[in-house]
Design a protein around this ligand. Structure first.
Ligand SMILES: [Zn+2]
Length: 475
């Protein structure tokens, strides 16, 4: 058998390539090839632990959580030999050499992420990618980076939340255009050590992800078209792989299929909401239902962020989407014009009702809402056409803390002021979101800018008409 990645494809396809086996002490854990490459060890530390380094010359306390170590293997035996070395402990006869060896004594390796490469640079690119992920902190300066002559901030990083492979892959793509595929190897003993096996949803996620990661590897190693790996229909290559994985995990194909769907759902949500979504989805203190997670994964990314954020801050218990959810975070500019069309409809309704004369309290409140709505539309128009930075300054009267009480006030009740609040909410939302959209580079196209200007003009016209009607009623 050759060590090259492509050389394994044939074995893999015929099913003789046993992809996983239990890990025993002192034995290489992996089906990782002996090709040269770059790798990440993902450690899980279940509690804060003090670790002694360099034959007791120094000590450091490590908070619980997830640790990521970036290394490269270019010597004989390549990735396979290096990872096997990391997996062993001092008691297995390993000679202690690097800082990470001391850390590994007390922390189980949960996953290994790797790529085949001969590049000397890529280790540092991976270190940059991992350090730039949300929530990454450096526990000890210089740890694991003794040989690093580059300007990496660290080769060893801590996360409170589980770091998601999907987010790492996307961060790498942002950094470097031409990236080799990133593969994942799982370590069974570490999962047991995490004592999460009682958490059925987490087990389900892991089963499914084991398949999707193996499929990722198989796609890279086979000459088959990617689309042939999508379907789990009988006699398709993905089905054959799934059946192998199901046998290894000792579950039925049907069960694994459910797990695959679930893992896809979790990855989708984590991809849209970040690593913190893991904690929300699998928090033993606030257990979520599988059905709610599946439903959430099929909604828009804004809705996913809204629900995950809401469970995080305790506003609600379930991540399951509700029909009454108000979706507050804009992530794409295309939402702005459609929101304005709805705002225009609402302010028009308000205008129609005001023409017939209403109670004084309703008139006064409608006037206030219409005025703010008008100002918000003017401001939004200004923002999308902004030529100078001065146009980006939000006037005090449109600040969130000023407008919010008006928006939330229920002193005046009824359908009519409801239209006014709806119009204001939909209009001012985009004003508040604009700085974030600009930061993320989500800016309007020429067509979207025209549409925004047009809708804002209509909103302003209807809001002025409301104000005239209120003035007329007063006199
Ligand atoms: Zn470096």
């Amino acid at each position: 058998m050759t060590g090259s990645p492509r050389g394994r494809a044939h074995l893999f396809m015929t099913g003789r390539f046993k992809t996983h086996r239990p890990v025993h002490k002192g034995e290489p854990m992996n089906s990782i090839p002996n090709a040269p490459g770059v790798y990440i060890l993902v450690f899980y530390l279940s509690q804060t632990t003090t670790i002694t380094f360099n034959r007791k010359s120094s000590q450091h306390s490590f908070p619980s959580g997830w640790y990521v170590y970036v290394g490269s293997a270019r010597g004989p035996g390549g990735l396979s030999r290096r990872v096997a070395r990391h997996q062993r402990r001092n008691a297995d006869g390993k000679r202690m050499h690097w800082n990470v060896d001391y850390f590994r004594e007390l922390a189980p390796i949960v996953e290994v992420w790797y790529s085949y490469t001969r590049s000397e640079q890529m280790e540092h690119e991976w270190a940059s990618a991992v350090s730039s992920m949300h929530g990454a902190t450096v526990p000890v300066q210089g740890f694991g980076a003794n040989d690093c002559r580059q300007c990496c901030s660290a080769h060893f990083v801590h996360f409170t939340e589980r770091p998601a492979t999907s987010l790492f892959r996307s961060r790498l793509r942002d950094l470097i255009a031409q990236q080799p595929s990133v593969f994942v190897e799982f370590a069974d003993d570490a999962l047991t050590a995490m004592t999460v096996s009682k958490h059925m949803l987490f087990v389900e996620y892991h089963r499914g992800r084991r398949f999707t990661e193996l499929r990722h590897l198989a796609i890279a190693q086979s000459d088959l078209d990617v689309t042939s790996w999508h379907s789990l229909a009988k006699r398709r290559p993905a089905r054959q792989l799934a059946e192998q994985v199901a046998a290894q995990l000792d579950v039925s194909f049907k069960e694994l299929q459910k797990s695959i769907e679930f893992a896809d759902a979790v990855e989708t949500i984590v991809g849209n909401c970040g690593n913190m979504a893991f904690r929300v989805l699998f928090d033993p203190m606030r257990p979520q239902r599988r059905k709610g997670i599946m439903e959430l994964s099929r909604t828009a990314d804004t809705r996913q962020q809204y629900r995950i954020g809401g469970v995080t801050n305790g506003s609600f218990r379930s991540v399951g989407p509700q029909s009454k959810d108000s979706v507050y975070d804009t992530v794409a500019f295309k939402e702005v014009p459609s929101r304005l069309v709805r705002a225009r409809g609402a302010v028009h309704q308000l205008d129609v009702h005001l023409q017939n004369g209403v109670q004084q309290s309703v008139a006064t409140e409608s006037d206030r809402l219409a005025e703010l709505c008008l100002r918000a539309a003017e401001q939004l128009s200004k923002l999308v056409n902004a030529e100078s930075a001065a146009d980006h300054i939000l006037p005090r009267e449109l600040a969130k803390e000023v407008v919010w009480p008006t928006l939330m006030s229920r002193d005046v009740k009824g359908k009519i002021v409801g239209y006014g609040r709806e119009a204001l909410r939909l209009t001012i939302k985009s004003v508040w979101d604009y700085p974030e959209m600009r930061r993320r580079g989500i800016l309007p196209t020429a067509a979207e800018r025209r549409k925004v200007n047009q809708e804002c003009e209509r909103i302003i016209a209807s809001a002025e008409s409301v104000r005239v009607a209120v003035l007329g009623q007063r006199t």
